[in-house]
Design a protein around this ligand. Sequence first.
Ligand code: AMP
Ligand code: GLY
Length: 423
Amino acid sequence: MKVMVVGGGGREHAIIKSLKKSEKIDKIYALPGNGGIAMDAECVDIKATDIPGAVDFAVKNNIDFAVVAPDDPLVLGMVDALNEKGISCFGPKKNAAIIEGSKVFSKNLMKKYNIPTAAYEVFTDGKQAVKYLEGAKYPAVIKADGLALGKGVIIAKNFDEAKNAVKSIMEDKVFGDSGNEIVIEEFLTGPEVSVLAFTDGNTVVPMVSSMDHKRAKDGDEGLNTGGMGTIAPNPYYTEEIAKECYEKIFVPTIEAMKKEGREFSGCLYFGLMITEKGPYVIEYNCRFGDPETQVVLPLLKSDLFEIMQKISRKELKKEDVEFYEKSAACVVMASEGYPVSYEKGFEITLPELNDDEQIYIAGAKKKDGKIVTDGGRVLGAVKIANNLKDAVDGAYALTEKIHFDNAYKRCDIGKKALEYVRR
Ligand code: AMP
Ligand code: GLY
C-alpha cells in the first residue's frame, strides 16, 4: 500500500517510523517532511496546508491511505477533500476538527454536555471583555478562539496584563481572525496530563498517558513553546483517575460530537488538569500531540497502520490497541534562542542508535549531502526503558551523542514526574 503523511515535524517523523513497521505498507510519502524524515520516507515539496496540492498528488500517485497529522490542514478540511476523491484518511473531517479550531465551540460543547472544564465567558467585543475583567479574579486565563500556533493562551496576573492581552488579541489581531472572539476562563491548578485517544467516532481507546514540558526554561520558567520534552506514562495519571476520565470526559466527548452531527474520527487529544475537584479538560486537540507522540508511539505494541485502517472503516475495538509496559522520555534539542529568534543552518551529526533509542527530526533540511538545522525545535532524543528514571537518563545520554552548534535543551525533563514517583 502507498501511504502519505501530511506534515513535517517531529510528530510526523514518529508517525512515519511507526508506520514503517507495518508489513502492509510498501511506500511512504511525506508532505512536505523534512531533511531528517527523508531518511524514512520520500519527501514531496507540498506544504501541509496546500489542500489542492495534496489532493492532486494523492490522485496522481494512487495513494491508498492518507494520514493528516497537523491541526491546520484538518481544520481547513483536507480530510473532506481527500475523501471526496475516494482516498481513505486518518484524521477528523472539518466539522469535527472544530473541536480544536474553535475554543468557543469546545467550551460550549463541554458546558452543554456537562464535561468538566473551567468556568468561562465568551466575548466578541473588546470593550465588554475589559469591563468584565475589571471585576474578574486573578490570575485570569484569556484564550483566542481560533488556532494560534499554541500561543493563543495568556495567563494574566492582574487587570493591566489582562487588558493588554485583550488589546493584542482583539485590536492588534496578533493571531489574525483567530482573535475575533475570546474566551476568558477561571484559572485552574494541578498537574497536567496529555491523553491521546484513538477513536472511530463510536469507540474511544485512550493511549498511554504523557506529560509535556511547555516552557522554554528549566523549572517551567520562560516563554511557552511547542513543547521541550515529554515523558510517558504520566505518574499523576493513576488508574483511578484514568477511569474517571474515561467515564466523565472521553466517552461523553465522543458521544457529544456524535449527537452534534460532528462524529470525530482519528486521534483526539485531551489536555487535562488534575484539580482538587477531579480531572478537568484544559483543551482538546484534533490530532496527535507534539512532542507527546514521540513518547507514546514508541510504546505502542500494536500495528499503527492496522489501527488507522480499522478507524477509517469504523471497526475499532479496545483489543486492537496494546502498549508495552515500559516508559519513554523525549528531550527536545532546540536552537538557542527558540522560541523567539535563532540561527539556522548548522550541521547535525547523529549517532548510531540502539533498539531502545530514537531520534525524531523536527527542524532540519538537507544541504550538500548533510543535514543542517532549519527550525526552532530541531529534534527529539527518545529512550525507551523499563522505568521512567532509566528512560530520562537514557534520553539525556543520547543527547550527549548528538551535535550541532547553538544547541539548547532543558535539563529537567521528567524531574517533576520522578519526584512524584519517589514520593
Ligand atoms: P493551551 O495552549 O490551550 O494548551 O494552553 C497552554 C497552557 O496554558 C496549558 O498547558 C496550561 O498550562 C495553561 N492553561 C490553559 N488554560 C488554563 C486554565 N484554565 N487554568 C490554568 N492554566 C491554564
Ligand atoms: N504538546 C502540545 C500540543 O501538541 O498541542
